[in-house]
Design a binder for this molecule. Structure first.
Ligand SMILES: *[C@@H]1O[C@H](CO)[C@@H](O)[C@H](O)[C@H]1NC(C)=O
Ligand SMILES: *[C@@H]1O[C@H](CO)[C@@H](O)[C@H](O)[C@H]1NC(C)=O
Length: 391
């Protein structure tokens, strides 16, 4: 009797396992995708997603080796269970940038929960789009490569993103997002190819990643809270930036940010907080930059509250953004300019509670010393601070 029950148990488990194996992996090639990088495979990807999304079991969308051409696509939710989007191959965008230069997105995950994107390469082939922009021709506004909007409990692990038209990865109105072991790459002269941009989002962790871009490696927009950025190599690029803030009058603040163990190599900025010189309800508070190495960085430590490109809408205003509680701790290395620490805060809302501790930044030319500059900035110093603090 026991044997028969055991036999039934084994048969049931085998059945369950084969059910899972045969039904819950949706291989895009089996659904018609062509791994030649030429035939449009968008429909097969959409089919795979729709099947996975309606599965009551946890499901997998599988992209095998090869190159798959995809037009702008929305992977929408809510879905019935978790989804693993596992990529062994490369997803490529159409070479004609007009095909997706107006949609704002290329690959968009919208209203999904519990999605993991694992492995793979996405190549937006942005070269001809940047050339169009840099030549000042009539070009579309451009698209972000991988976007998450109104989504939660997302993990992206081991993904490579190259040559996006605009931002490589964009996170908006999301919660609990982990990005790890990423490689992001675009040339230093490519315009607005930020590595990772976030706004109106909470609980974002970015770790163990290499980011080389023509704009910010990571940009933290209004309404971003509870962020952990750890073990990042940034450069070329414009550094890690909180801002631009104060673009709009009514804006969420940035709060509870920890940036640790980062190396900046030849970047325009290291750690930056930037706001337009305009009225705003925004703020940046409770921010820590710690254990950071600067290698030939133009503005290693900078707060700029007078940001006003092309001098429109801001002259004669001061920034409404309130900056408080920003700690800079154990930051060492070389500055490409003499001014290694630059705090230009708002005249109507001076920075409060800036803390400098164990800073050693030297001018790369040994012939002159590095300097610091403060305007409307208040705070304290601890340990050794080089260049001498202006706080
Ligand atoms: C956050 O998301 C991960 C998946 O990336 C999930 O395992 C975890 O349970 C989520 N945490 C919360 C608090 O929902
Ligand atoms: C600046 O900080 C010092 C002490 O750190 C304090 O006495 C002073 O009132 C502050 N000034 C402003 C304008 O906040």
């Amino acid at each position: 009797m026991v044997k028969i029950i055991l036999l039934y148990c084994v048969l049931f488990l085998l059945f369950a396992a084969s059910y899972q194996a045969s039904n819950v992996v949706y291989n895009v090639v089996k659904l018609g995708a062509k791994p030649d990088g030429k035939v449009d495979s968008t429909e097969a990807f959409t089919k795979a997603w729709t099947l996975a999304c309606s599965s009551t079991w946890p499901a997998m969308v599988y992209v095998p080796q090869g190159s798959f051409l995809i037009k702008p696509v929305v992977f929408g939710g809510p879905c019935k269970n978790k989804i693993l989007f596992s990529i062994d191959g490369t997803i490529v965008a159409p070479s004609n940038y007009w095909v997706f230069g107006n949609s704002g997105f290329w690959i968009l995950f919208y209203k999904v929960t519990g999605v993991t994107v694992y492995g793979g390469t996405i190549d937006a082939k942005g070269g001809s789009f940047w050339a169009c922009r840099n030549a000042g021709n009539n070009c579309p506004p451009g698209s972000r490569s991988l976007s998450f909007v109104a989504s939660s409990n997302i993990m992206v692990s081991g993904l490579t993103s190259i040559n996006s038209q605009m931002f490589h990865i964009s996170i908006d109105h999301c919660h609990n997002i982990t990005l790890q072991n990423m490689k992001i790459s675009a040339p230093s002269w490519s315009p607005n190819t930020d590595g990772i941009h976030m706004q109106s989002s909470t609980g974002i962790s970015i770790t163990n990643s290499m980011i080389q871009t023509g704009d910010d490696c990571i940009s933290i927009g209004p309404g971003s809270k509870n962020l952990r950025i750890h073990r990042i190599a940034c450069g070329p690029g414009h550094g890690i930036s909180i801002g631009s803030l104060a673009l709009h009058q009514n804006e969420g603040g940035v709060e509870d940010v920890k940036v640790t163990s980062v190396v900046f190599m030849g970047t325009q900025n290291g750690v930056r907080i930037k706001s337009w010189g305009r009225p705003s309800t925004g703020y940046a508070r409770n921010v820590v930059f710690e254990n950071i190495i600067m290698k030939y960085v133009y503005n290693p430590i900078i707060i700029d509250q007078n940001y006003c490109p092309s001098a429109k809408g801001c002259p004669k205003h001061s920034s409404g953004v309130k900056i408080s509680g920003v700690t800079y701790k154990n930051i060492k290395g070389t500055s490409a300019t003499q001014l290694a620490m630059n705090f230009v805060c708002s005249s109507s809302n001076p920075c409060k509670g800036l803390k400098l501790e164990d800073i050693k930044l030297t001018y790369y030319k040994k012939s002159a010393a590095a300097t610091s500059f403060c305007k409307n900035a208040n705070g304290s110093n601890k340990g050794l601070v080089i260049p001498p603090s202006c706080l």
